[in-house]
Design a protein around this ligand. Structure first.
Ligand code: ZN
Length: 417
């Protein structure tokens, strides 16, 4: 497509100002013009009249796992051979893009090269999918989240198990050699691991420091699963860039997170907790079961912490660990409603988190995440006004057009023009 003109719709540009009516003209992979309606006539290869619709920047999932296979048990994901696993990940990339997510910041790849090769194929134009910051598997310790082995049996999972600084530096370097953009550490335990609990710090300070120094020496990002207060403090001390979960942050953590707010991004992954409580019964997880394993308490803690981080101006990303059976790929936009209902965001603020803030986390600040001249043409045309009601983004039929890098990947408009 050489040029596209979107006429007569509203623009919600991501800058924080109210939506306004304008025409948007795209050439190549850039937004070339945002002009008053009717300025250009129909001088474009494709011209669409879109009154009643709103153009928003492409959505960004800040905690994506495109290789997650909708399996309740992560060891079952580990069992899938790399070839099938890669093909399924390609399908998920398309589903998520068509849901309006033009970028995904990976929170873990499940196998060392899946994110990397899918990212490369998308960037080469061979596959439809979002822009990706590719991760390796989560780096964990023996007995922590992602170690599915037993004394008598070896099982893979979604992680690589590293103990000690030598293994950590070797594994980080290996993943960087293979092409990851970001490393992911499991610093805290998890509610699913009896002897490495969510509120316990498991990874040693030396291991965390080694991983962070190695990532940054190569100009890579580093993210971490941090639930416990002690883990949040260590992550901040050693320069972790993206902190996931953070629900057991104490007052000192909140002050430290605020002090680091121009450097870090934080993501609650609230979609996973929400759906474990309310939508996982088909997989044997009831609300009472979720309460017994601490998920309900975690959710309540997350509400307190993320309402506070919002007030303190910390940059928070949407992205709710989609890819479990109870959080299927393509439903990622549900996170925005959670931000409104549970953290006190306005609809427009939730949309900023999912667009401009997400683009900054993708290292595309000033290049994507806004509808403005010169920006990358990552945009979504939505029926209605999602800046006033983010729930509109949850319905596939409302996502009328998805453009990434100037290329249309979904178009429900009649295109006989
Ligand atoms: Zn995750």
């Amino acid at each position: 497509m050489e040029s596209v003109l979107l006429r007569g719709g509203k623009i919600w540009d991501g800058s924080g100002k109210p939506a306004f009516v304008a025409d948007v003209f795209v050439t190549g992979n850039r937004i070339a013009q945002v002009q008053p309606p009717g300025t250009r006539g129909r001088q474009a290869a494709l011209s669409l009249d879109i009154p009643g619709h709103t153009i928003i920047p492409g959505l960004v999932d800040g905690h994506a796992h495109l290789p997650f296979l909708h399996k309740a048990n992560i060891a079952d994901t580990g069992d899938v051979p790399p070839e099938e696993h890669t093909l399924r990940t390609m399908q998920h990339a398309r589903v998520v893009l068509e849901a309006g997510f033009t970028s995904c910041l990976s929170g873990g790849s499940a196998k060392p090269r899946i994110d990397v090769v899918v990212r490369n194929e998308i960037n080469a134009g061979h596959l439809p999918g979002p822009r990706m910051l590719a991760a390796g598997p989560e780096l964990t310790n023996t007995g922590n989240l992602g170690d599915e082995r037993r004394m008598h049996i070896h099982r893979e999972s979604i992680a690589m198990i590293v103990d000690g600084v030598d293994e950590m530096s070797r594994t980080c370097r290996l993943l960087i050699r293979e092409g990851v953009d970001t490393l992911k550490l499991n610093i805290s335990g998890n509610q699913t691991i009896p002897n490495s609990r969510s509120d316990q710090n498991v990874m040693t300070e030396d291991e965390i420091r080694t991983a962070a120094v190695t990532a940054h020496a190569h100009g890579k990002r580093i993210a971490a699963h941090v639930r416990a207060a002690a883990s949040i403090k260590l992550a901040l001390k050693h320069g972790i860039d993206i902190l996931y979960h953070c629900e057991y942050a104490d007052e000192e953590c909140l002050d430290l997170l605020e002090a680091a707010r121009d450097r870090i991004f934080v993501a609650p992954a609230i979609g996973l907790l929400h759906n474990l409580m309310y939508e996982a019964e088909a997989w044997g997880i009831t609300y009472d079961g979720a309460r017994a394993t601490g998920v309900v308490h975690q959710f309540e803690c997350a509400q307190r912490v993320f309402a506070e981080l919002r007030k303190r101006g910390v940059r928070v990303l949407v992205g709710g660990d989609y890819g479990f059976p109870w959080t299927p790929h393509g439903t990622n936009a549900r996170d925005l409603e959670h931000f409104v209902r549970f953290f006190g965001y306005s609809d427009a603020q939730a949309l900023v988190a999912a667009t401009r803030t997400g683009a900054a986390a993708m290292m595309l600040e000033g290049q994507a995440g806004e509808i403005a001249e010169g920006f990358l043409a990552d945009l979504v045309v939505v029926a209605g006004e999602p800046q006033d009601d983010v729930r509109l983004l949850q319905t596939a039929d409302n996502i009328k057009l998805v453009m990434k890098d100037g290329r249309i990947h979904k178009n429900l408009f009649d295109t006989v023009h």
